[in-house]
Design a protein around this ligand. Structure first.
Ligand code: ASP
Length: 584
């Protein structure tokens, strides 16, 4: 037997017991005749002490131990003289009788502690060592707990967990597909699914009216911050449902998760916001509503001022930062630099401070008179002591920049407490987005999303005006999930493809299987998918999803530990009938 207990469980109640532990050497300290060995496993750390009662062999063995050696220690539990309140096992220590080295270890390239001294690359290279550190261990435990509670809830609501294939054919859903060549079918390719979307719909046709799956999805996207080419969704679909049924069911799941995993009680009903309102009030389709500081449009108040930046702008808007009228020149410059960063791309920032006597001091005093300034601050609901921050320009970009500025001010003012949770459904998205470059519409969610049924006729006359029966679950400014009621009528689906610029042949080629299935009694259905990695990071109050994935890719989409992607042999290429062309 390698162990009688783990390194995280012995307490005073075990004093006097003879026990055996196995684990890794965290640290060895020599103090006079005593050698202290901290031994670690995933449950915790226990202090073992080899004192002057041990045999010479044991003493020598203890002296030879290096960091991360794997050892087995047998001894008696006793109460510790100087207790360590920070450690779960800090009341006791193990008086060593025998030590066995189960394996030695090379010196690890960084310390395996709460805060590592290793850089990002190094830790990614030795991910299995990084995973020994408590923060990553806790992330893995959290993720397990989440998956476990998801299954509990879904099972209690009659959902069946059904697996769908990873090797499918290329059915673009928005992003690029990852492609796998087929040796047995020369010149043909599989694709990895961006999500099980079409399969879960086929399961509805098959009569499995409540499906879910915790499933890997693959998207060959340019990697923006905090994206992974493979990530995990909690994918769900239901038949015979309207939007309300879906939202009710998954509000239940979300509340269950917050309760069971975090011990947080969410409100009985989550607020809802139309997409258009979210964009106008927060400049984002995933607003952080933990705090107010809404965006106010003032375009109509700043016409004919003689200040071209404002006069000619498609959109002018402002936010009110409470109590920030005392911001110094330096602080204001910092904010201006912030909005000018390439990711935000604003040209500048205008401010207006409201003094105690209601006079307004502004960076555009020269152009705007007192009444105009007053109208702006009134529109932004500013009071004495407040600072109004204003931006002007193209509508979309300016709203998006104001959104970033609002979040930045929210952070500066401590309004974004990671322990506070503000859930929200964003509903009534536009069905389509126009793309100037390719001169065509794209589905905002995916091509299977149902238009609002009373707007279907608009598809022929003014497709850009049609709303989707779609919804996103947003919490603290993060999109955690999204879904929709689906089209279940072959004809409407065909019309949708046509609107998206597919010829009948293209639609048939890529989605014929789905439209064909719809001819065999497709029930009304709808669903949702949650991003599990992101949900974990929200629960942990972390910024990045990477630490919630055991073996993630780096920002270039590479796994530096196993060196992937990598080249393959000429032999393999030949078998696949693939010739490489040199890169231009
Ligand atoms: N398949 C969709 C996605 O991956 C989610 C859904 O509509 O259920 O975004």
């Amino acid at each position: 037997m390698y162990r009688t207990h783990t390194c995280g469980e012995l307490t005073l109640a075990d004093a006097g017991k003879n026990v055996t532990l196995s684990g890794w050497v965290q640290r060895v300290r020599k103090l006079g005749a005593m050698t202290f060995i901290d031994i670690r496993d995933r449950y915790g750390i226990t202090q073992a002490v080899a004192d002057n009662t041990v045999t010479d062999d044991v003493r020598e063995c203890a002296a030879s131990l290096g960091r991360e050696y794997v050892i087995q220690v047998t001894g008696t539990v006793r109460e510790r003289q100087s207790k360590n309140a920070k450690l779960a096992t800090g009341d006791i220590e193990l008086v060593v009788e025998a030590i066995k080295i189960l394996n030695t270890s090379a010196t690890p390239p960084f310390t395996i502690e709460e805060n590592s001294d290793g850089g990002d690359d190094l830790r990614m290279h030795y991910r299995y060592l990084d995973l020994r550190r408590p923060p990553l261990r806790d992330a893995m435990i959290l993720r397990h707990k989440m998956a476990f509670e998801i299954r509990n809830y879904m099972d209690s609501r009659n959902f069946l967990e059904i697996e769908t294939p990873y090797m499918i054919s290329s059915t673009p859903e928005g992003a690029r597909d990852f492609i796998i060549p087929s040796r047995l079918n020369p010149g043909k390719f599989y694709a990895l699914p961006q999500s099980p979307q079409t399969f879960k719909q086929l399961l509805m046709v098959a009569g499995y009216d409540r499906y879910f799956q915790i499933v890997r999805c693959f998207r060959d996207e340019d990697l923006r911050a905090d994206r992974q080419p493979e990530f995990t969704q909690v994918d769900c679909e239901m038949s015979f449902v309207e939007r309300e049924d879906v939202l009710e069911t998954f509000e239940g799941l979300i509340k269950h998760m917050f309760d069971k995993v975090l011990g947080v009680q969410l409100p009985a009903k989550f607020p809802r916001m139309k997409w258009e309102d979210a964009m106008a009030r927060y400049g984002s389709d995933k607003p952080d509503i933990r705090f107010g500081m809404e965006i106010n449009e003032v375009t109509h108040l700043v016409r004919n001022t003689g200040f071209t930046v404002m006069d000619s702008a498609e959109y002018v808007g402002g936010i009110c930062a409470r109590g920030c009228a005392s911001y110094t020149r330096k602080q204001l410059d910092q904010l201006t630099e912030f909005v000018k960063r390439p990711q935000i791309g604003a040209k500048g920032l205008i401010y207006a401070r409201v003094e105690e006597d209601w006079t307004v001091k502004s960076s555009v005093d020269k152009f705007l008179n007192h009444y105009q300034l007053r109208a702006i601050i009134d529109q932004c609901k500013a009071l004495p002591g407040d600072l109004v921050l204003i931006m002007a320009g193209d509508r979309r970009q300016t709203l998006s920049a104001l959104c970033q500025l609002r979040l930045e001010m929210g952070s500066r003012l401590g309004l974004r407490d990671p322990k506070k949770f503000a859930p929200l459904w964003v509903v009534d998205f536009p069905l389509l987005e126009w793309d100037d470059e390719t001169q065509r519409y794209y589905a905002m969610h995916h091509p299977f999303t149902s238009p609002k049924i009373d707007e279907v006729d608009l598809l022929d006359t003014d497709p850009g005006k049609v709303h989707a029966d779609a919804y996103d679950f947003v919490c603290n400014g993060v999109e955690i999930g999204g879904g929709s009621i689906r089209i279940h009528d072959a004809e409407l689906q065909q019309k949708m493809f046509k609107t998206l610029g597919f010829t009948e042949e293209q639609a048939e080629l890529q989605f014929g299987f789905l439209m064909n299935a719809f001819k065999f009694g497709a029930p009304p259905h709808g669903g949702i998918a949650f991003g599990l990695d992101r949900w974990c990071s929200l629960f942990a109050g972390a910024d990045s999803i990477r630490d919630f994935i055991a073996f993630p890719k780096n920002n270039a989409g590479r796994d530096v530990m196993i060196d992937s992607p990598s080249t393959i042999s000429d032999e393999q290429l030949k078998e696949l009938f693939i010739k490489l062309v040199p890169q231009e």
